[in-house]
Design a protein around this ligand. Structure first.
Ligand code: N01
Length: 480
């Protein structure tokens, strides 16, 4: 069997390793860029880190004793993925600089076309294309007239000097908050354009000492135990809380965020500007060691008047003020409904995935779509994002997909895809379970689809583990 994987980020590297371990040696990975790493290759903004503790944000089979901090910076995470990929021979099967533009299922195989005009065929396609991948670039009037530098946070222009300059950042999500912490003291003036305030939970980010790292190095089991304990406590403390908005755990998180605001913002006017009117964790919770401290720095200004337009000298807000800037950063998030798109994917009888998803992306257990045989996604639609570690999720999904693929390898069928019935039933249940989660308590966020239903896993973590442990074959159509 030949496998084609789209994307060499965290999930594509993982899928390659696990396919090789399962004895599948005809694997090709198509990667549009010139390096592995996905989101950690693309996001290089100042202050970037992951708010899942580093020892939990690793593959379970590749613990890393060398993490520098509890929440290590993005370049270390990128180096980790590059290191794993190199040690495991992943790079040998990646075709860099080649984007898959189309996948079409004809005569029982997937026919791939790439940006270089190459054609390939595979029995199985795994789309490991990430969740927050395509920048959301709002159409600000006049943005093309701006005389300074303007770029999205995921397209950071490192040639643009920042020190001693006037920098504006639009947005108050996790990205903008990290940029704020990193830049406020470096620049002459820092403007944070806030449309909606965010709840911020305070996290400490201590460095690991040389002794601690040596102890991890000397005892790999210690690192594994730490990984497992962190994953467990994250699930118990956070993943369980967000699906039950009225739970004591959710209230405790909320109290923690409120305490952070009350204790750390001394100016009552600024404090009220920063106070959200919705429940904590309704939007993706922001974690920061020092955001409130940095936004009170004399260099910093929180702008809450709405942006009217961008002018050659800066940003004009509804109160008539022109905020003069040298650099404007759009930390305006991502189009979270894209998944494998813009790649054209056509399943059985030429049916277009775009057409199937015209009312919003759906997938059975977030990994497979009816009518698209032997086509799988990692961290696909309506899966656990935001409330679980995406690495842990992808590891379980790969294990699940390998069991489905085994049906084909063992000759029990040639094509496997979920039934419409199973997909629709699960989707109905998932939407019903959304009521009572914190995501539906009254806020706007990238989790919500056009009907206001969170496009995420609204059930418990245990249910996800159970589903991933073994496919229910009656939910699948096995053909041939
Ligand atoms: O993006 P976001 P992000 N005018 O979508 C504002 C992960 N992540 O890149 O709230 C003015 O959260 C928008 O305003 P509003 C994490 O899962 C993790 O920050 O819609 N403002 C919002 O403030 C995270 O959730 C880490 O009113 C506009 C912001 O832009 C996800 O990535 C670090 C606007 C977008 O916030 C995305 O985070 C970074 C407009 N027209 C990211 N349009 C960590 O692990 C949008 N906004 C720490």
């Amino acid at each position: 069997m030949r496998f084609a994987i789209i994307g060499a980020g965290m999930a594509g590297i993982l899928a390659t390793i696990k396919l090789h371990e399962a004895g599948h040696d005809d694997v090709v990975v198509y990667e549009k860029a010139d390096r592995v790493g996905g989101t950690w290759r693309e996001n290089t903004y100042p202050g970037i880190a992951c708010d899942v503790p580093s020892h939990a944000y690793t593959y379970s089979f590749e613990p890393n004793p060398e993490w520098s901090h509890r929440f290590s910076p993005g370049d270390e995470i990128q180096a980790y993925f590059e290191g794993v990929a190199a040690r495991r021979g992943v790079g040998d099967v990646v075709r860099f600089g080649e984007e898959v533009t189309a996948c079409e299922f004809t005569d029982g195989r997937w026919r791939l076309t790439t940006s270089t005009g190459r054609h390939d065929a595979a029995d199985v396609v795994i789309a490991a294309t990430g969740v927050l991948h395509h920048p959301n670039i709002p159409a600000f009037e006049g943005i093309e007239t701006f005389r300074g530098a303007v770029f999205h946070s995921a397209r950071w222009d490192h040639a643009v000097p920042l020190d001693g300059r006037r920098v504006g950042v639009i947005g108050t999500g996790s990205t903008a908050v990290q940029i704020t912490s990193a830049l406020v003291e470096r620049v002459a003036h820092f403007c944070l354009f806030q449309r909606t305030p965010q709840w911020v939970i305070q996290v400490d980010n201590p460095a690991f000492s040389a002794e601690e790292r040596a102890a991890f190095r000397a005892d790999p089991d210690k690192v594994r135990r730490l990984h497992d304990n962190l994953s467990r406590s994250f699930r118990e403390a956070f993943a369980a809380a967000v699906i039950d908005a009225d739970s004591p755990k959710m209230r405790a998180i909320e109290d923690e965020c409120r305490r952070n605001l009350e204790q750390h913002v001394t100016d009552p006017v600024l404090r009220e500007k920063l106070r959200p009117t919705y429940r904590a964790a309704c939007k993706r919770l922001v974690a920061s060691p020092d955001f409130y401290e940095k936004i009170q720095h004399p260099n910093a200004e929180l702008v809450t008047s709405a942006i009217v337009r961008v002018e050659p000298e800066g940003v004009r807000t509804a109160d008539g003020v022109l905020h003069e800037l040298d650099v404007l950063v759009l930390a305006t998030g991502f189009r979270a409904d894209r998944f494998v798109r813009p790649t054209v994917v056509r399943g059985r009888d030429g049916v277009d995935l775009d057409e199937v998803w015209k009312d919003g992306p759906v997938a059975y257990l977030s990994v497979a779509v009816p009518g698209f045989p032997n086509f799988f996604m990692l961290n696909g639609p309506n899966g656990p994002v935001g409330n679980f570690s995406l690495i842990e999720v992808a590891e379980m999904q790969v294990g699940y997909i390998l069991q489905l693929v085994e049906q084909v390898r063992a000759g029990r069928c040639r094509e496997v895809s979920p039934t419409w019935q199973a997909t629709q039933d699960l989707e109905a249940e998932r939407r019903e379970a959304a009521v009572g989660t914190v995501w539906t308590t009254g806020c706007n966020s990238w989790y919500l689809d056009k009907d206001g239903i969170p496009a995420t896993w609204t059930f418990s973590f245990d249910r996800f583990c159970d589903e991933m442990a073994a496919p229910r074959l009656d939910a699948y159509e096995l053909v041939g």
